[in-house]
Design a protein around this ligand. Structure first.
Ligand code: SF4
Length: 109
């Protein structure tokens, strides 16, 4: 069964999940809050969020997040993967057999 068939938003007014206007204004903020409340009760919120994050340019509330929040998540994910790649590259540059570091323990005269 496709996760979309278990969505808590099925049968809801789709407009609720596509707020229009300034997300800091009263009416829009209330709409976002209401849509997120539906998402919080959704059994497939994780699948939905994963899809929306990968889909890159989807407007509206998906997986309990706004597009702005998902954009921030993507940036954090990119930063984390760049850090992981940099750490992996650094670990490849370190001596791995311990012989180099052993040389430093040889007494010098
Ligand atoms: S998480 Fe929200 S937008 Fe996604 S399927 Fe569930 S209710 Fe719909």
């Amino acid at each position: 069964m496709d996760w979309r068939e278990m969505a808590a938003c099925l049968g809801r007014d789709p407009d609720l999940f596509f707020p229009v206007g300034n997300s800091n204004s009263g009416a829009t903020l209330m709409q976002i809050t209401e849509a997120k409340a539906v998402c919080r009760r959704c059994p497939v919120v994780e699948q939905c969020l994963n899809w929306a994050v990968k889909a890159v340019s989807v407007d509206g509330i998906w997986g309990g997040t706004t597009e702005v929040e998902r954009r921030a998540m993507r940036k954090r994910m990119v930063r984390r993967s760049q850090n992981n790649a940099a750490n992996a590259a650094r670990s490849l540059q370190r001596p791995s057999d311990g012989l180099d570091s052993a040389k430093h323990h040889v007494p010098q005269n």
